[in-house]
Design a protein around this ligand. Structure first.
Ligand code: SF4
Length: 333
């Protein structure tokens, strides 16, 4: 697995000098503490991904991660705050709290409300202007969480709520821990507090045993929720998982057909969502200079924007008037 990744430099050096063993095997489920690693990933010096935990204890039937990355280990609250302060001093405006299962943040330390408390403390750090969350388990969302999250100044109205299937039977076979009804109610809660929130998700098509009827339930659910963007994946076998041993593996040609159908639907729904923002002024963090006068950035609800500007606006948060939609971009000309 990835244990001792923080020591990778010295391990390589010792190996080159022939003063360490060839390998070390540790019991992966025995890990209890987060291995501190101060390097977070960054995007064009505007957005930084902050790692807040490692591992996962959910054991979805198709996923190998709990076996190779071990159980949930949360990073120390104060260490995260110190890293975010440094990132702010270096001029980054947006941070994304990220990793494998951030919804479990603090559970291993028996801390209550730990994720929202962390977000509240980050919200008061000078220099940080946007806080975004990585992929979330739908069950994280509740009235109390949304009330506190929406009351903050810097939190983005974007939620990546991992769905995987819109069929309750498939969700059970996947060993996911929510029903479509719970998912729907949580989306309603988000929109009660943040009406224009972008809800993005991941969906797997062709999970073992997925019937036409179950796939159609997913299509209907997707229409009902009105996602702003969907990432569609064709199920693929991960050796060592329960799903790899399931009967009724779906033929690849059916997976391809379902994937195309769902992507087409997702594109049209995403377009409907983007249309709501035509002729509006939106706050955009400019992340990339595409060429001399064209810049790319994101809105708070994670829509991609392209705009023309004669002056360098990179790493600025500016109000942009939206004139057009092209492919998956809002345009300002
Ligand atoms: S899919 Fe996500 S929640 Fe499920 S076991 Fe894998 S990492 Fe954990």
């Amino acid at each position: 697995g990835t244990k001792h990744k923080g020591n990778i430099g010295s391990l390589i050096k010792d190996k080159l000098n022939d003063i360490c063993d060839d390998y070390e095997i540790a019991a992966f489920q025995g890990r209890e503490t987060f291995e501190e690693l101060t390097i977070s990933t960054v995007h064009d010096k505007t957005r930084a991904n902050i790692k807040i935990q490692d591992g996962c204890s959910q054991f979805c039937s198709y996923c190998i991660i709990p076996y190779v990355r071990g159980p949930i280990r949360s990073r120390n609250h104060n260490d995260i705050i110190q890293e975010v302060k440094k990132i702010a001093e270096n001029g980054y405006k947006e941070i994304v709290l990220n990793e494998i299962h951030i919804s479990s943040y603090g559970k291993d330390l028996q801390l209550k409300d730990s994720l929202i408390k962390l977000i509240e403390d980050i919200d008061s750090i000078e220099g940080i202007e946007r806080i975004r969350l990585g992929s979330l388990e739908p069950n994280l969302i509740n009235e109390e969480f949304m009330k506190r999250y929406a009351a903050l100044d810097k939190t983005c109205d974007h939620f990546h709520l991992s769905l995987q299937s819109g069929s309750d039977n498939v969700l059970k076979r996947m060993n996911r821990k929510y029903s479509t009804e719970e998912y729907r109610n949580n989306v309603k809660l988000i929109r009660k507090y943040m009406p224009e929130a972008g809800i993005t998700t991941d969906i797997i098509v062709g999970f073992p045993g997925e019937s036409d009827e179950e796939f159609n339930e997913t299509l209907e659910f997707v229409k009902d929720i009105q996602f702003s963007r969907i990432h569609v994946f064709k199920y693929s076998i991960r050796e060592g998982t329960k799903a790899a041993e399931m009967e009724n593996q779906v033929d690849d040609s059916i997976k391809t057909k379902r994937s195309k159908e769902l992507i087409d639907l997702a594109d049209s729904i995403s377009n409907e969502f983007m249309n709501k923002f035509m002729d509006r002024d939106l706050s955009v963090l400019i992340e990339t200079e595409k060429d001399d006068t064209i810049y790319e950035g994101y809105t708070t609800n994670y829509l991609k924007v392209l705009l023309k500007s004669d002056i360098n606006v990179k790493n600025e948060i500016i109000n942009v008037h939206i004139d057009k939609i092209r492919n998956d971009y809002l345009l300002s000309e």
